[in-house]
Design a protein around this ligand. Structure first.
Ligand code: PEP
Length: 266
């Protein structure tokens, strides 16, 4: 399948695989190999494809993809450049291993590892300083949604996470809206629910950084994305791609998700 016609999307879609704490080096290389074969059949140059292996497999994956149209992201970083921070990894170390992107503020990090908006802000700054594009995650819990707090929570996370950043810095990042109740649960937000929050995030960016920045930043949806539901989500005007957990672990379903974005590129 080749894409020949012009994209209806203003922004290039991005599909990001988040492998979390899964895959040894050899598992990861096998995935890249399988993906590569399938990507030969389809033209992926109209979509940014990003793989986020665990730290241990970053270098191997980035060497294996070579000049292919695939980029590598880390799942986290620490904001200091170097020093006595046992167990931590800095932006420059990630860039040195081949990363172009880094996921920051994933809800598993916020909820299981106590990450705060302030720490996330420092991580975003250090990523940009180290020439990595942050994939900055925000999202409400089920309880917050049920208490009608979604917009307040999202505004708080966005404003605190981006506090003090310049327009230029903000234009380098991607934001992932990941409702916590949809992550790994099989219950994805409907396209309408997701679009409502994506549009809201873009309006916050417009208020603070102006129209041009707000129209540049890609806002991805994450939460139980599958080959079956991806096209309907990505059809929405403000949904510019997906951050995919469970369904990114098998090359076959991940490639189908990438191919699912083609529907909206026709
Ligand atoms: C994620 O962890 O970022 C995620 C969206 O997971 P899943 O696709 O499994 O819901």
């Amino acid at each position: 399948m080749k894409i020949s016609s012009m994209s209806k999307k203003l922004r290039k879609p991005a599909i990001v695989a988040n492998w979390k704490m899964n895959k040894t080096i050899s598992d990861a290389l096998q995935f890249v190999d399988e993906c590569r074969k399938m990507f030969k059949e389809i033209s992926v140059d109209r979509v940014d494809v990003v793989l986020s292996p665990p730290y241990t497999a970053i270098k191997a994956v980035s060497d294996a993809i070579g000049n292919d149209n695939i980029a590598v992201a880390a799942q986290n970083l620490y904001w200091e450049e170097k020093g006595a921070f046992t167990g931590e990894v800095s932006a420059s170390m990630l860039a040195d291993s081949g990363c172009k992107f880094v996921i920051i503020g994933h809800s598993e990090r916020r909820h299981q590892f106590g990450e705060t908006d302030e720490g996330i802000n420092k991580k975003i700054r250090s990523a940009i300083h180290g020439n990595l594009s942050p994939i900055f995650c925000v999202g409400e819990t089920l309880q917050q949604r049920e208490h009608d707090e979604t917009f307040k929570v999202i505004r708080d996370q966005v404003e605190k996470g981006l506090d003090g950043l310049s327009e230029e810095a903000v234009s380098t990042l991607l934001i992932a809206y990941e409702p916590v109740w949809a992550i790994g649960t099989g219950k994805n937000a409907t396209p309408e629910q997701a679009e409502e929050v994506h549009g809201f995030i873009r309006s916050i960016l417009r208020e603070t950084y102006g129209r041009s920045v707000s129209e540049t930043v890609r806002i991805l949806y994450g939460g139980s994305v599958t080959p079956e539901n991806v096209s309907n989500l990505i059809k929405e005007h403000n949904i510019d791609g997906a951050l995919v957990g469970g369904a990114s672990l098998k090359a076959d379903s991940f490639v189908k998700i990438v191919a699912g974005t083609f529907d909206i590129l026709k």
